[in-house]
Design a binder for this molecule. Sequence first.
Ligand SMILES: *Cc1c(COP(=O)(O)O)cnc(C)c1O
Length: 393
Amino acid sequence: MKAEEIFQTYKDNIMPTYNKVPLIFVKGKGSKLWDINSKEYLDFFPGWGVGNLGHCPPKVMQGIRDQVGKLIFIPNNYYHPFQAKLAKELIYHSFPGKVFFANSGAEANEGAIKLARKFGQGRYEIITFENAFHGRTLAALAATGQKKYQEGFQPIPDGFKQVKFNDIAAVTQAISDKTVAIMLELVQGEGGINVASKDFVLFLRKICAEKKLLLIIDEVQTGIGRTGKMFCYQHYGIAPDIMTLAKSLGGGLPISAMIAKKEISDILSPGMHASTFGGGPVICKAALGVFRAMDKENILINCKNMGSYLKDQLDILKNKYPVIKEVRGMGLMLGVELAIEGKQVVDKCIERGLLINCTHEKVLRLMPALNISKSQIDKALRILSSVLEECAK
Ligand SMILES: *Cc1c(COP(=O)(O)O)cnc(C)c1O
């Protein structure tokens, strides 16, 4: 199919649920992507957080290749070796507990919400935060809480109370005898790269323990090394009661996980929750490839080093261009808040071969692969700074 035909076929046959950039990609390797005209792009937002190891990571491809042709699917009423291995790997890297496998971030969060309600035995209310994003299914949408995502889909499931992020008093006030959990992202991704303060997170951990609430941490975007540690909660010296993962867990294939600490990990008993595709063999092999790469390729060290380098360089740009209001984030999850709409900046960067994202209208979101090199960062900065030079006029 030629480009025009592909665009037209989408238009005629695929629901228009996405704002789309008119680019057709056919190949990817590491932080590089090639479109249908063989034009090369530098990808600083691989897969909306899916590509923590970049495109086609070798160890992930190896895992997939090993498994295809042996057994590509087996349902969850049977056993296969790789779900066992992957669960063990996840627990080894996080905290003592058990895993439920699903396919998407929203689905992992739905599982967490169901577990919390079951745990609550009548207590059902979950406190979430302004500018949160937990997914698009109905309960996840309720947890997300933002009007712009909920409009037109009422009634939205009950039992969610949304309060201001990083606001201890607001949380204290919101807790009632119906409250069963507090759910949050430690760095809000879609909400504009807002970082939870240490005091706030320590307070949440303490109040949850005191009031027997579950602390649910949504690491769908922050997990698997994105912030410089395997999981973002590890920066805070706490552990959640439930953690959800998705985006980069499968190295590009769809898999998600909901991990619950030991004391609550047997609450969902046979028949209470399920997901047909959750944790199939091919995808578990892909995810095991992700952990092999994380262990062997100094990914976390590179993320920390390149994250602080990129942040420093962006701070230099901020001093140069007053159009940048703030640079914030953790590891290689960085936001650049602008005084102007970010779309024009994103579009111009894309024209010049750099793929970035803008969230919350004015926040450029840079989340390159964790194995990004310094020279690739320098190239991205040259493009971004030439664009800002123009847009700032
Ligand atoms: C992307 C995202 C989700 C939703 O994941 P899907 O796989 O699209 O359902 C949930 N929470 C966070 C923090 C996310 O970034």
